[in-house]
Design a protein around this ligand. Structure first.
Ligand code: ADP
Ligand code: MG
Length: 623
C-alpha cells in the first residue's frame, strides 16, 4: 500500500489507563523503520468496544508524528489484553469520639501570645465579677472587638484576677495578645465557641513560632495539670496523642467528658487459596494480611466478614467490578489483594472547632480476572471506525499476547538479554512477565500500582483532590521562601528576577509541568515528601518483590538476573530507583526500560506487536 512497496504497520496497546500506538515501516527484507508514537487515555474499560475512541486518538497522534495518513496504513495490530482489572477501597478502623463538650486538639493558624495557662473557664463579660486571686481562662464569643477584649483582660488583670489564658471564637488572638501587659497563651478560631463549657478547669498552651507544645501533648503533663490518677491518665492518653505536633492546644476537663479512641471492628478477610483457606483480622495490620496471602497463594477468591468494614470494602470492589464488566457479582473472583496501613486525617466526632485527628485506616487494592468477550469485539469496532475514517478497509488484527509483546519490546532496551523479567508498573496493577531462551513467557499480575499511590497521597494529606495528589506524586517539591526565591526539596535555592505570585508566598509547592501547584493545607515540605515516598515504597517495593517471588524460576528471586521496568509509573522520578534499591540485594540488574533505545519505558507492547508481525513468516510479501 505504501509508497516504496514497504508496509505501514501500526501497533496498539490498550492498557487500563493508557492506550499507546506506534507506527513503523516494514520493508520486504523485514527491516523496520520506526516513524512515530502516540498516546491517549484509554476510553472505557480495557477490552471493551468503548476502547475505540482512545485507540483512534493514539493512532491519529502517532500517524501525525510519522507524517503519514490513515489511508496509507496496511495493518493495525492490537494486543490480546490481559483480562485483569483492579479496584480500591479504604476504611478507617479507629475513630476519636469526644463525648460532652470536651475540647481537644484545636490548632488555629495564628494563636497569640505564648506559654501554658491553667484556670477555670469564665465568659468575657463575667470577668468583672471574678474575685481577686481567681485563676481563670477567659472564653470570648465571635462578636467581640479585639480592642474591647484586650481592655477587659487588662482591667481584670490589674484588679488582681489571675487571667491565665483566653479562648476566642474569632481570629484575633495575635491582635489581642499585642495589647496585653503580660504574655498569655491565646487560642482563636474556635468555631463552636458557645459550646465551650464554663466553670471547668481548662489548660491552654501556645508554643513559640516554629515550636510545638510540650505539656498538653504529654499524658503525664495533662495528669500533672489536672491532678489525674493513673486510671484517668489512661483515659486522656488519646487526647495527648492527638495533640502531638501542634503549636497550640486547649484541654477542658469536664466532669464526665471523655475522649475515647474507639476501635471500629474492621472484621476479617477470608483468603481462599488452591489448597488452603486462611482468615485474618484486617486490624492486625497490612503485614499480617499480606503474610497470610503469601501462604495461600495462588489466591482463588477473597471475601470479607459480612457486617464489618472489610466485608463492605470487598463487596464494594466486587460490585464496582461487576458493574464495569457487566458481569454478575457472584462471578467476580478476587485473584490478588494488596493491603496497606495508612493514617488519615479525620474530623473528630463531637469536637468543637473541627478538630482533626489521625485515624488508622486500611487501604485495599483488589484485582479480579474478568471473563469479557474476546478482544475480537474491540478489533472489529476499531476496524469499523478506521475504515469509515480512511475511506477504505483497514486491516485490524489481534497481534499477540500482552506479556509476550512486552518482553519483546523490553528486549530492545540496550544492555538486556534473556532470561529477563519485565515489570510493567501501570495504573491499577503491577504485571510481571518472565522469559528465558525457551521463548516460553509466563506472567503474573498483582494488585496495586500508580493509582493506589495517588490515592494514598490524597488520603494521608487530606487533600480530597486527586489531581493535586497526582501532581505531588509526579514532581518534586519546593518551599517558596520569599517573593524572589524558592528552596527546592534537595536544599538548593533558586532565585528569580521577577517576583513570584503572592498566593505562592510561604507555601509548599509542587514543581508541576504546567507551573507551580500549591499543596493545600498546612503540611510542611518534609511531611509531604515523606508521605509521597512512603506511599511509593509501600505500593511498589512491596509489589515488585511479590511479583518477582511469584514469577522467579522455582520461586527463587536470586535466579533472576535482569529486570526491566516498563509502564507509566516507570516514568516516575523516584519509583525506579526505589525498586532497584529493593532488589539490589538479590544481585539483580534493574532499571527503566528504553524501548528501541529511544522510547523509554513506554510503547514496549505496541512496538513488540510490530516486531512480532515483521518476524512472522508470511507477514511480509514481495508480491
Ligand atoms: P496501563 O498500562 O495500566 O494503561 P500506564 O502504564 O499508562 O497504565 O500507567 C498509568 C500510571 O502511570 C498512572 O498511575 C499514572 O499516574 C502513572 N504515570 C504516568 N506518567 C507518570 C509520570 N510521569 N510520573 C509518575 N507516574 C506517572
Ligand atoms: Mg500497560
Amino acid at each position: 500500500m505504501s509508497r516504496d512497496g514497504a508496509r505501514l504497520v501500526v501497533g496498539v496497546d490498550i492498557g487500563n489507563s493508557t492506550t499507546e500506538a506506534c507506527v513503523a515501516l516494514i520493508s520486504d527484507d523485514r527491516s523496520t523503520r520506526w516513524l512515530g508514537s502516540g498516546i491517549a487515555a484509554t476510553s472505557g474499560v480495557k477490552g471493551t468496544p468503548a476502547n475505540v475512541d482512545g485507540v483512534a486518538a493514539s493512532i491519529d497522534q502517532a500517524l501525525a508524528r510519522a507524517g503519514r495518513r490513515l489511508g496509507e496504513v496496511d495493518v493495525v495490530l492490537t494486543n490480546e489484553a490481559t483480562p485483569v482489572i483492579s479496584g480500591l477501597a479504604m476504611e478507617t478502623i479507629t475513630e476519636t469520639v469526644v463525648t460532652e463538650s470536651t475540647m481537644i486538639g484545636h490548632d488555629p493558624r495564628t494563636p497569640g501570645g505564648g506559654g501554658l495557662g491553667v484556670g477555670t473557664t469564665v465568659g468575657l463579660h463575667a470577668l468583672a465579677g471574678c474575685a481577686v486571686g481567681d485563676d481563670v481562662i477567659v472564653v470570648v464569643g465571635v462578636d467581640e472587638d479585639f480592642e474591647d477584649i484586650a481592655d477587659v483582660l487588662v482591667t481584670a488583670t490589674r484588679r488582681g484576677v489571675a487571667v491565665h489564658g483566653a479562648i476566642l471564637g474569632g481570629d484575633e488572638a495575635v491582635l489581642v495578645a499585642n495589647r496585653l501587659d503580660t504574655r498569655l497563651p491565646i487560642i482563636d478560631e474556635v468555631s463552636l465557641i458557645d459550646e465551650v463549657p464554663l466553670g471547668m478547669l481548662t489548660a491552654v498552651e501556645v508554643a513559640d513560632p516554629g515550636r510545638t507544645i510540650r505539656t498538653l501533648s504529654n499524658s503525664y503533663g495533662i495528669a500533672t495539670l489536672f491532678g489525674l490518677d493513673a486510671e484517668q491518665t489512661a483515659m486522656i492518653a488519646p487526647v495527648a496523642r492527638s495533640l502531638t505536633g501542634n503549636r497550640s492546644a486547649v484541654v477542658v476537663r469536664t466532669p464526665s467528658g471523655d475522649v475515647t479512641d474507639r476501635h471500629i471492628p474492621a472484621g476479617s478477610v477470608s483468603l481462599r487459596g488452591e489448597s488452603l483457606t486462611l482468615s485474618v483480622e484486617v486490624d492486625a495490620g497490612a503485614e499480617k494480611v499480606m503474610g497470610s496471602l503469601a501462604r495461600v497463594q495462588p489466591l482463588l477468591d477473597a471475601s470479607g466478614e459480612s457486617g464489618t468494614n472489610v466485608g463492605g470494602m470487598i463487596a464494594g470492589v466486587r460490585d464496582a467490578m461487576a458493574e464495569l464488566t457487566g458481569q454478575n457479582p457472584g462471578e467476580i473472583h478476587i485473584r490478588d489483594l494488596l493491603a496497606v496501613d495508612t493514617l488519615v486525617p479525620t474530623e473528630v466526632r463531637g469536637g468543637l472547632a473541627h478538630e482533626v485527628s489521625r485515624e488508622d485506616a486500611v487501604l485495599l487494592a483488589a484485582m479480579v480476572r474478568t471473563s469479557r468477550g474476546p478482544m475480537e469485539q474491540v478489533a472489529s469496532e476499531v476496524r469499523r471506525d478506521l475504515g469509515a475514517r480512511a475511506g477504505r478497509a483497514v486491516d485490524v488484527e489481534i497481534g499477540g499476547v500482552e506479556a509476550e509483546m512486552a518482553v519483546r519490546g523490553a528486549l530492545t532496551t540496550p544492555g538486556t538479554r534473556e532470561p529477563i523479567v519485565v515489570l510493567d508498573l501501570g495504573g491499577g496493577s503491577t504485571d510481571a512477565a518472565y522469559s528465558d531462551r525457551s521463548d516460553e513467557v509466563t506472567s503474573v499480575h498483582v494488585a496495586g500500582a500508580g493509582d493506589l499511590v495517588t490515592t494514598l497521597i490524597d488520603a494521608e494529606l487530606g487533600l480530597d483532590d486527586k489531581r493535586v495528589a497526582e501532581e505531588i506524586k509526579r514532581n518534586p517539591l519546593a518551599k517558596v521562601e520569599s517573593f524572589f526565591h524558592v528552596r527546592h526539596e534537595d536544599g538548593t535555592a533558586q532565585f528569580f528576577s521577577e517576583p513570584l505570585s503572592p498566593e505562592l508566598f510561604a507555601r509548599v509547592v509542587v514543581l508541576g509541568e504546567g507551573g507551580y501547584v500549591v499543596v493545600p493545607g498546612r503540611h510542611d515540605l518534609a511531611t509531604v515528601k515523606r508521605v509521597r515516598r512512603e506511599a511509593k515504597r509501600r505500593v511498589f517495593c512491596v509489589n515488585a518483590l511479590r511479583a518477582l517471588e511469584q514469577i522467579a524460576p522455582g520461586g527463587n528471586i536470586r535466579q533472576i538476573e535482569f529486570v526491566v521496568l516498563l509502564g507509566g509509573s516507570a516514568l516516575d522520578f523516584e519509583i525506579p530507583d526505589m525498586i532497584a534499591d529493593a532488589v539490589a540485594g538479590f544481585g539483580i540488574v534493574c532499571g527503566t526500560g528504553n524501548v528501541h533505545a529511544a522510547l523509554g519505558p513506554r510503547n514496549a507492547v505496541a512496538s513488540g506487536l510490530v516486531s512480532a508481525h515483521a518476524a512472522r513468516p508470511g507477514s511480509v510479501s514481495a508480491a
